[in-house]
Write a protein that binds this ligand. Structure first.
Ligand SMILES: NC(=O)c1ccc[n+]([C@@H]2O[C@H](COP(=O)([O-])OP(=O)(O)OC[C@H]3O[C@@H](n4cnc5c(N)ncnc54)[C@H](O)[C@@H]3O)[C@@H](O)[C@H]2O)c1
Length: 386
């Protein structure tokens, strides 16, 4: 096991990765890994999937061979692994992330960090004392558009106090991975988590939550088979931030397309909207009460990859960058989601007890494809459309 201080600071020139889970999401992570490998920042030394046949996906997507096992402990326990990527189906995230942290590794875990609150609380506690860093997806707060919006709305207070907000993310649902439709999967953990992470980053911790949820499409074709859907696939979630500040999150495997903003923020002095999806922003627009017309800010980095948390982890490990994705924030979002589901089942509004410190964003730490690390002024191309 590595020295505790060394693991958290920039003591290495290359991060040696172990990957657990070689399913659908491995492919986009592999694209970023190839990039990072090309620039000498990472190498992949081991991979795991419970399906042995998936070993070939390492060659398919990383164009290399690596040690492979069907037992994740063979990855988490290796001396030559510095960081473990947990890309498995949701129900196994907590257990694998805990094992990797316990072995002294840095961990990037796909969302949610666990499907159980008690297991997630353990992870947060473990991350505080572990030599390894814990980065929990989604990585939306790292996008240049989110950072710019955060700077204007939270730091500069350009639209005053945000009183009410709307967010949405949905699609028609995966045609692979049956677990997405079983308890422990579902669109809230898979999709709504992006909106809840964005909104809480902008508006602060949620104090109460309530929701309507149901199974709108009880049978689906998944991996070529017709399956019964055993969890909710359609949600409307209401968030109470206190002081009569509210937000609604619309999410489901029930939305084919949309042309609405991902995030709408209505403040005492104006309105701000993030365009696109919060994992793939297309810029943002702002209208202020004291000036006429909307100002639209083009997307600064259309190639921003939503897998960017991996680059951020590598920057933190090698260059001692400040960690901008905090386990406490991910835990809070998980509590909101777990309680939203409980509210939908019980019909009763649920209190949310966890909180998190405001994320200390540092725009200069944000990497823009081909542009290096640059500040907001450079990144935002302004054009008026009024
Ligand atoms: N697919 C996407 O586009 C996408 C995008 C963003 C995030 N995610 C997240 O990524 C995670 C994985 O999603 P996916 O779509 O790749 O799922 P998937 O079902 O395609 O892949 C999951 C893989 O994990 C393996 N696995 C399951 N349990 C394991 C265990 N205990 N040990 C080792 N391997 C195990 C499975 O065999 C499978 O190959 C989920 O948390 C999902 O929310 C997926």
């Amino acid at each position: 096991m590595r020295d505790a201080t060394a693991a958290r600071t920039g003591s290495s020139s290359k991060v040696r990765l172990g990957i657990v889970g070689l399913g659908s999401v491995f492919e986009p992570y592999a694209a970023l890994i190839r990039d990072l490998r090309y620039s000498g920042r990472v190498e992949v030394v081991a991979a795991c999937d419970i399906v042995a046949g998936r070993a070939r996906r390492v060659r398919d997507f990383l164009h290399q061979d690596t040690a492979f096992s069907t037992d994740y402990a063979d990855v988490t326990e290796r001396d030559d692994v510095d960081a473990v990527l947990v890309l498995t189906a949701m129900p196994s995230h907590g257990e694998i992330a805990a094992a990797a942290l316990a072995a002294g590794k840095h961990v990037l875990v796909e969302k949610p960090m666990s499907i159980h609150l008690d297991e997630a609380a353990e992870l947060v506690a473990q991350a505080r004392t572990s030599p390894g860093l814990l980065v929990c997806a989604p990585h939306v707060v790292l996008s240049p558009t989110y950072q710019a919006l955060w700077k204007r709305v939270v730091d500069d207070g350009e639209i005053g106090t945000v009183l009410t907000a709307r967010a949405r993310y949905g699609w028609s649902g995966p045609t692979w991975g049956r677990w997405y439709y079983d308890t422990g999967g579902g669109p809230l953990f898979d999709l709504g988590v992006y909106n809840i992470t964005s909104l809480t980053g902008l508006m602060g911790p949620v104090r109460r939550v309530t929701a309507l949820a149901g199974t709108a499409i009880p049978e689906r074709e998944v991996d070529g088979e017709v399956i019964e859907v055993s969890d909710f696939d359609n949600y409307q979630v209401l968030l109470d931030f206190g002081d009569a500040h509210f937000a609604v999150v619309t999410t489901g495997f029930t939305m084919h397309e949309y042309r609405s903003p991902a995030i709408e923020l209505y403040g005492t002095g104006g309105v701000a909207q993030m365009l696109g999806d919060d994992w793939a922003p297309q810029g943002y627009e702002i209208v202020r009460a004291d000036t006429a017309g909307w100002t639209t800010y083009a997307e600064a980095d259309p190639a921003w990859p939503w897998t960017a948390g991996l680059r951020h982890l590598v920057d933190c490990v090698i260059d001692s960058e400040r960690l901008l994705i905090r386990p406490e924030h991910a835990y809070h979002c998980l509590e909101v989601m777990v309680k939203a589901r409980l509210a939908a089942v019980s019909g009763e509004t649920q209190a949310v007890s966890s909180t998190f410190d405001p994320v200390p964003y540092d725009p200069t730490a944000i990497y823009v494809q081909r542009g290096g690390k640059v500040g907001h002024d450079y990144r935002i191309r302004r054009h008026r459309d009024d």
